[in-house]
Write a protein that binds this ligand. Sequence first.
Ligand SMILES: [Zn+2]
Length: 243
Amino acid sequence: MRQRLSSEPDRYRGRRRVPTPPRSRYAAVVTSAFVGAGVVALGAASQLPDAKAVSPTVLQNLEEASVAQDALADRSADDDRASRSEDRGVSTKVSEEEAAEQAWLLPLGDYEFTSAYGVRFGKLHAGIDLAAPEGTPYKAVHAGTVTSAGYAGGYGYAVTVKHDDGTEMIYAHSRRLFVKAGDKVKAGQVLGQVGNTGYSYGTHLHLEVHVNGAPTDPIVFLRNHGVDIKLKIESVLGTLAAS
Ligand SMILES: [Zn+2]
């Protein structure tokens, strides 16, 4: 599903002269990630005589956070992240590694939101459920360190990633895991495959967030970081959505 937040026209299209892009870290990070999202308009940048002619337009568009988020919501071209560096047509000063440190992303390209956080059958359902076909790769929502990866009772095969701010994200009911405890992971890195292991009825990813060791509603937590699970919108930077 693709969400369009704004019908804002591209008011900069056709302008012959555009301002020089600010050389700020913010702009560079966003530009890099924007390219990575496989945006069609930017895909042509490498074929232009002067790639700089494209960059300012993109940067202007990024002032409309909704435009950027709309593009990022389109995950169709995002799965092949490995080709990102070859596709980059705009030079940046910030590395992909740095950009990846700050990104908050959806864990799955597509899914059905099937169960909310809250009391269910008289018991706290401490996370959210996202249904997807068996074997679908799921990705780290945010960069961090894997603190556990393996079979964990009702969670089945599960991965816990601790972020730099101390919050923890648990990805449960996996069919397979691709990381181990101690691994450093980036946002968007594949952690495992969606499955139906542990206390699970139906193939899905159970996503749980712990703040100060206690579960909290992932919908609210992620929204505060620019990711909307229900609308399937993600943010390059948490600050983008907060502005
Ligand atoms: Zn669940």
